[in-house]
Design a protein. Structure first.
Length: 117
């Protein structure tokens, strides 16, 4: 997989933006290790790039909500499943993440994601 994805300055990749111009479709739930991560595909209406959005929270813990999103190429899109979305995102050069777990700060990061309890 080619994970070299340049940042192009579109609103969809800016941390902190509450940009909502996406076409969203649910991919499914990742039940790995009881995470129950919600995986959504979001296509930006401006740049047409496709994001994998991964959201997890643990209801017994406050401030446990966290999400990660990374860009996937059209070619790789069909290979993404709820179960391999985390691995895919962790292998990207960069992703955007945020949520109450991170005090609602939105940041660009890469590597290991905190998705387990
Ligand atoms: Zn965009």
């Amino acid at each position: 997989m080619n994970n070299k994805i340049p940042q192009i300055g579109c609103a969809c990749e800016k941390p902190g933006s509450n940009y909502t111009e996406y076409r969203s479709s649910e991919l499914g739930i990742d039940h790995t290790d009881g995470r129950d991560g919600e995986v959504t595909i979001q296509q930006c209406k401006l740049c047409q790039r496709i994001w994998i959005h991964y959201f997890v929270q643990h209801e017994s813990f406050s401030k446990s909500g966290r999400w990660y999103k990374g860009i996937v190429s059209k070619k790789d899109r069909s290979q993404i499943t709820p179960e391999n979305a985390v691995e895919y995102l962790e292998n990207l050069e960069w992703y955007v993440y945020g949520g109450s777990f991170f005090d609602d700060e939105v940041t660009i990061g890469s590597g290991k994601m905190t998705v387990d309890r």
